[in-house]
Every structure is written in C-alpha cells, then in structure tokens.
Design a protein. Structure first.
Length: 134
C-alpha cells in the first residue's frame, strides 16, 4: 500500500537505502546489528533496513518525530491534529502508552497481507510520531 511511506520512502515495496541516499543524501549510521541497520536524517527521521550478506539493504521502517516535510502520501505529518488523521484514515481504537503518555493508533495494511502498517503516536490531540513498518 502506497500510504505506508513517509517522505516518499516506502516500506512495503522493497525501497533500498541506496534509493533513499539518491534522494536525501548520506544519512548518519546510528547502529548495526546482525541483520539490520538504523540510520538517521537530522534528529527526527529514523530509517531501519535489513541486510543479509550481499543483498541490497531494504527499508522496513521509517519513523518521523517532527514536522519536517516527511509525510504520508495523503499529507499527514507530525504536528498535525488528530482530526486530520481521522479525516484521512478513519478512526482506530488507540492503546495508551503509559511510559510515553501517548495514545498509539495502529492502521494495519488492508488487503494483500503484506504486513505493512502505520503507527501514529498522539499527545494532547497532536501527532508526535508517525511510523510506517513492514
């Protein structure tokens, strides 16, 4: 589903980190584990990739925590009010995260079962974080 992308970086369509670099330049490598890497652009965009041997690194998670131009194809960005989220994506029952004090709304992939989804964190009626994950 094309909605499961932020700033044009999709998680359900095999987007590679090389493609991301071609658009946004060189990210800062934050961490590496056996099968994944975490990159950052500035302080508010986190990209996680998987890597296996010589295979291209594929993006499986993009997280945005500020209104920085990264948004969904429908135009949702961090900093917007929940009314905009509901208008664009409908209402999903949230879970309360007592550790962060946020309400977590999960918009699952509908249809092909690819596993992609979008999690939106809200505090005081304002979107704090958008994460797309596959």
């Amino acid at each position: 589903n094309s909605e499961f992308s932020l700033g044009g970086i999709g998680v359900a369509n095999g987007t590679t980190i090389d493609y991301v670099r071609s658009i946004y330049g060189e990210p800062r490598l934050v961490s590496t584990s056996k099968y994944s890497r975490t990159y950052m652009y500035g302080d508010s965009v986190t990209i996680k990739t998987d890597h296996y041997g010589n295979s291209p690194e594929r993006v499986f998670c993009v997280t945005v925590t500020a209104n920085n131009g990264f948004g969904t194809p429908a135009g949702l960005t961090a900093g917007m009010k929940t009314s905009t989220m509901f208008r664009l994506y409908g209402y999903e029952k949230p879970d309360y995260n007592s550790r962060t004090g946020t309400y977590e709304y999960m918009y699952p992939h509908q249809g092909s079962g690819a596993g992609a989804g979008m999690q939106i964190s809200v505090k005081h009626d304002t979107i704090q974080k958008i994460m797309v994950i596959n």
